[in-house]
Design a protein around this ligand. Structure first.
Ligand SMILES: C[S@@+](CC[C@H](N)C(=O)[O-])C[C@H]1O[C@@H](n2cnc3c(N)ncnc32)[C@H](O)[C@@H]1O
Length: 229
């Protein structure tokens, strides 16, 4: 019987479908159904459930085990100067932890554009932040994704992209987008789990301005601020 099950076509289905089927299986029991319902009514837990599901579907692109902790999100947001002209572009909005912190910090909703590659997470972000412009797409095509918003200029880029776990060619292409889009003096704020920091080779046209480890995140993360030369 087990052998017959292993020839079940869903085992050969894409990982996302397998995850859906797994969740369906979980919620057939009454107790589990109540548990999952309770989970989804709690925004923090719902974000965690969604994040976990996305890791299963695309571990490389998620590049983290959990959503950003509030301490990491608020420290990233606090690095964004509020007195600058131009847009604040958040890359890899995920479940919205950093997005919420940026709004709390005082970034005006009309100045904030959020880019997220995953259609599921982009949909989640649109529901969570109906007042914001959420663009679903790959940061490799940032220039095209921003389209007419580009004419407003970009003051800061806040990135949660897992640059170390993405393919090196993707990381290089994203680095080139940063260079093209940020004016001299523009800021790039990003975090890395490599506590030694980002290698200067990755961002040759940027000066490192500051770096601090946020120990309260899981795992601890180093927030780095770079200025476009
Ligand atoms: C570390 S997770 C985001 C954490 C987020 N701050 C949170 O708390 O949920 C990285 C995010 O970057 C997104 N991502 C990865 N590669 C991307 C790319 N090339 N373009 C846009 N988004 C990307 C992933 O889908 C994921 O949502």
């Amino acid at each position: 019987m087990r052998l017959m099950e292993s020839s079940d076509p869903w085992r050969r289905a894409p990982k996302r479908l397998r995850a859906d089927r797994f969740l369906d299986g979980l919620i057939t029991g009454q107790g589990m159904k109540r548990f999952v319902k309770g989970l989804l009514q709690n925004p923090g837990a719902a974000s965690l459930a969604l994040f976990t599901r996305e890791i299963w579907a695309n571990p490389r692109a998620m590049g983290a085990a959990c959503p950003s902790a509030p301490s990491l999100a608020s420290y990233m947001a606090s690095r964004v100067p509020l007195d600058r002209d131009g847009l604040v572009v958040e890359l890899g909005g995920g479940t919205g932890a950093v997005t919420a912190a940026l709004l709390k910090h005082g970034v005006l909703p009309w100045k904030l554009v959020v880019i997220e590659r995953s259609p599921t997470l982009a949909h989640h972000l649109r529901r969570r932040f109906p007042q914001l412009r959420i663009v679903q797409g790959d940061a490799v095509q940032l220039e095209q994704l921003l389209d007419h918003d580009r004419s407003r200029g970009i003051g800061s880029i806040v990135s949660s992209l897992p640059l170390r776990s993405l393919h090196p060619a993707t990381t290089r292409a994203i680095g080139q987008q940063f260079e093209t889009l940020l004016e001299p003096g523009g800021l790039l704020i990003q975090y890395t789990y490599d506590l030694r920091g980002t290698h200067s080779r990755l961002l040759p046209h940027f000066h490192p301005l500051s770096a601090r480890v946020v120990w309260g995140n899981l795992p601890p993360a180093r927030v780095e601020v770079f200025e476009r030369k």
